[in-house]
Ligand binder design. Structure first.
Ligand SMILES: CC(C)(COP(=O)(O)OP(=O)(O)OC[C@H]1O[C@@H](n2cnc3c(N)ncnc32)[C@H](O)[C@@H]1OP(=O)(O)O)[C@@H](O)C(=O)NCCC(=O)NCCS
Length: 382
């Protein structure tokens, strides 16, 4: 019996090059290493914008006026608190749960505390997006304090999104430089075309499930080391290498064993990721300013050696973000959650866009198994 399905066109492995959605949220020019949010190049946003303004841009398609930004900021600030019951729920989790597991779990639980969580009207989606974006930093800061046996801090409305997160994490407001560094990092990670976690969010949303479910799917997808989990792997690599002198030996051995080096390579970029170039400068500045340049130095040497060994593998966003977070005093297992507290802006923008013109995402697969196999009763099986 022939398999009648085999004449279907097979998709590229990993869906490479497949266009699965139309979007006006962000555009990656992979050949030239350029990234745009709603048409504005990332370098301009990193230099002039704030995370709050960038979120508004992603959701509304244009930069806000001063009055719109103030109102938007006020709304985000008013939604930063986590329900007490949710904090109690976090306390029940094992203390060795990773922050990304906790964030995924708490994001899912948030729907039970939200009014109208199943409402997928455009107005309700924006409200849910705003609540989730506002509350995610509070959740992971709360987890960090809970697992260290410290008091959970209430968010402060006099601080920016980035500064308030660092305050809730460390118990004291950050200096201006640290707050601005995190602000830029959040801008840089906010959206990136149809990456795996964004695709995941759009697939979930396309079934007319809810925003909270879409974000839970997205966080679960981001967690993997081939995607958002790579920044943690980069730091573990730097800690394993320990000194610039060991870079060559370590890298040659890893590549000899055909290991993938985290922080390098990308499906879309054939030139350097523009976010990585901005982060390289930030990592250097923060390292020098905090008197801890070692991690930047090791990173720079890795980049140099990789350029000799694998000239076609450019650095990606995760490479220099690792040493930046580390020097800011952020624990390694919080790196991927920080990616999530930024990317939630893009994920939610994509869900809003998907549901403005939805059709359920339901691709085909190419069946390669047998056909018309006869059922054999269990007592007759060999
Ligand atoms: C990002 C990534 C998942 C893209 O995957 P992809 O588009 O499917 O590319 P592939 O894994 O097919 O890579 C193509 C080739 O480059 C190699 N390669 C890709 N990334 C590599 C890396 N970081 N280190 C060493 N080799 C790498 C692959 O082994 C493969 O070689 P081959 O053709 O000889 O088998 C991949 O580059 C990777 O795993 N990078 C490390 C993890 C990372 O930093 N992820 C964050 C991305 S923002």
């Amino acid at each position: 019996m022939t398999n009648q399905a085999v004449d279907a066109t097979p998709a590229e492995k990993g869906l490479e090059g497949i266009i699965a959605a139309k979007t006006s949220i962000s555009y990656i020019d992979g050949q030239n290493g350029r990234l745009f949010y709603q048409g504005i190049e990332i370098n301009q946003l990193a230099e002039h914008s704030t995370f709050e303004e960038t979120v508004y841009l992603l959701w509304h398609g244009q930069l806000p006026t001063q009055a719109e930004l103030e109102e938007f900021d006020r709304q985000l600030k008013s939604r930063r608190s986590v329900p007490d019951e949710l904090v109690e729920l976090l306390r029940l989790l094992p203390k060795d749960a990773t922050p990304i597991e906790v964030l995924r779990t708490a994001t899912s639980a948030m729907s039970a505390f939200a009014d109208d969580s199943d409402n997928t009207s455009q107005e309700a989606l924006v409200q849910h997006a705003s609540s989730l974006t506002a509350v995610m930093p509070t959740i992971i800061a709360a987890w960090q304090r809970i697992r260290q046996g410290q008091e959970v801090l209430q968010p402060r409305e006099d601080l920016s999104h980035a500064a308030n997160f660092l305050y809730m994490l460390n118990g004291e407001p950050p200096n201006e430089r640290a707050a601005r560094v995190l602000d830029i990092v959040l801008i840089l990670h906010a959206d990136h075309g149809l990456n795996a976690s964004t695709f995941s969010a759009r697939v979930t949303a396309s079934t007319l499930s809810d925003m909270f479910s879409a974000m839970t799917s997205a966080i679960g997808t981001l967690k993997g080391p081939l995607h958002g989990g790579a920044n943690e792997q980069v730091m573990r690599m730097l800690q394993d290498i320990k000194s610039p002198e060991r870079v060559t030996e370590w890298l040659d051995s890893a590549l000899g064993q055909k290991k993938k080096i985290s922080g390098f390579g990308h499906r879309v970029y054939r030139a350097d990721d523009p976010r990585a170039l901005i982060l390289r400068k930030i990592a250097q500045d923060v390292g020098e300013a905090n008197g801890d340049p070692l991690w930047f130095t090791i990173s720079e040497q890795i980049e140099q050696r990789m350029g000799e060994l694998k000239p076609n593998l450019p650095i990606n966003v995760d490479f220099y973000s690792a040493s930046t977070y580390h020097v800011l005093g952020i624990p390694v297992d919080m790196f991927t959650p920080i990616f999530a507290i930024s990317r939630v802006a893009g994920w939610t923008a994509h869900v809003i866009e998907q549901l403005a013109n939805n059709r359920i995402m339901r691709p085909a697969s190419l069946y390669t198994g047998p056909m018309d196999v006869t059922y054999v009763p269990i007592e007759e099986r060999a």
